[in-house]
Design a protein around this ligand. Structure first.
Ligand code: FES
Ligand code: FE2
Length: 390
């Protein structure tokens, strides 16, 4: 699991000004809430007084109030009020501050940047308004539906599943013949896509008539077997795109955010946007039901994969040409290792009863004097090793 990327934290409607929302991400607890202006905030969940969980507290005057002794924190992570000091002339110690993370609310989701990079250096947040293929989405033609679901699997396995063109034939009835066309089936002509933060491909293949009615709402929709143009790839360790071009004109594009809860649990967030006759789709439930059934087909396989985590070396599994994007993903993972962004999860686990760690926030680069140490990271490669790795 890596610091210094954008992570989907919650559905937008889950974050309110009435009640804090506690989530576990990257093996740490975070609390999200909205202030009086409706702006969403994301903070480290642990109170700097004596360790209360802010997510179990309440929201008062636009502040998070700890349930233990009522200390209040603002959206920036500063302690704004310590009740036991009395109402008048409080002197609040500077060390009471806790980490607060940059937030973006987009596409019906709340994202947080879990790391300390300054804004100009942050890897991008992928989605309709930034994507490696520079698609533009005129608002009137596209309709977006957001949803999320839990998976008991490692998030890297989930990402690799999203950029794996050869599982469709065997896992998804809507996209493959379940192995019935072995005489003609072959996945070896992938048109590669490379970009600064990841890799992917375009793939054209012969697919069955879809079992999902929602894909047949468009006038031009394919109504039987035929060629399907699909693109998939990743940006960063956790973001996946899938484009399904059902016909030349009718497209469904999906942006999937595989957020690590911890090493063995993932929350998948998905935005589906499609450009075909959106007004004829009675409600979002049809697209959600289709996505849920496809996701369920994936989840069944993902939850059985061994080992749970992707191997660190290239020899523990046999990769073939259809796994090219997965190979590329693992190369990127190594690059983020070399940058020193990988959380040392063994050290975190070893210390869990004695220490609170925090994911470093950008403010840590400018200010000293924090109560909690930052999560241990696997050390960055020495400059000469980076050079050697190319
Ligand atoms: S532990 Fe949070 S106010 Fe005391
Ligand atoms: Fe799949």
């Amino acid at each position: 699991m890596y610091i210094n990327f954008w992570y989907a934290m919650a559905m937008a409607e889950e974050i309110t000004a009435d009640k804090p929302f506690k989530v576990r991400r990257l093996g740490q607890d975070f609390v999200l809430y909205r202030d009086e202006d409706g702006s969403a905030h994301c903070l480290h969940d642990v109170c700097s007084h004596r360790g209360g969980s802010l997510g179990d507290g309440r929201i008062r005057d636009g502040h998070l109030e700890c349930p233990y002794h009522g200390w209040q924190f603002n959206g920036g992570g500063d302690c704004a009020y310590i009740p036991s000091l009395g109402a008048e002339g409080q002197k609040i110690p500077a060390r009471t501050k806790i980490d607060s993370y940059p937030v973006q609310e987009k596409y019906g989701l709340i994202f947080a940047f879990l790391g300390d990079l300054p804004e100009a250096e942050r890897p991008p947040l992928m989605g309709p308004d930034w994507n490696p293929q520079n698609y533009e989405y005129p608002a009137e033609e596209w309709r977006a539906v957001a949803m999320s679901w839990p998976i008991t699997a490692n998030y890297e396995r989930c990402v690799e599943n999203g950029i794996d063109p050869s599982h469709n034939e065997y896992v998804h009835r809507a996209h493959g013949f379940m192995g019935d066309r072995q005489d003609t089936y072959k996945v070896n002509k992938l048109e590669p896509i490379e970009h600064q933060w990841g890799n992917g491909f375009w793939h054209r293949f012969y697919a069955p008539a879809s079992t999902h009615d929602v894909l047949y709402k468009g006038e031009e929709a394919r109504d039987g077997e035929g060629d399907l143009n699909v693109s998939a790839g990743h940006s960063g360790p956790n973001q996946v795109w899938t484009y399904i071009h059902i016909t030349d004109k009718n497209w469904m594009h999906q942006y999937l955010y595989e957020t690590p809860v911890d090493e063995t649990h993932t929350t998948a967030f998905n935005i589906s946007i499609c450009n075909f006759l959106p007004e004829e789709i009675a409600d979002d439930d049809e697209i959600k039901a289709m996505n849920a059934s496809i996701a369920e087909e994936d989840v069944v396989v993902l939850e059985g994969i061994k080992p749970v985590k992707t191997p660190d070396d290239m020899t523990s599994e046999v990769l073939v040409p259809s796994d090219k994007a997965i190979f590329g993903y693992r190369q990127f993972i190594k690059e983020w290792d070399r940058r020193g962004w990988r959380i040392d999860t063994k050290a975190v686990k070893r210390d869990e009863l004695e220490k609170v760690y925090a994911i470093p926030s950008p403010r840590r680069r400018k200010e000293k004097g924090w109560v909690f140490d930052t999560v241990p990271l696997i050390p960055a490669a020495k400059p000469e090793e980076v050079k050697k790795a190319g």
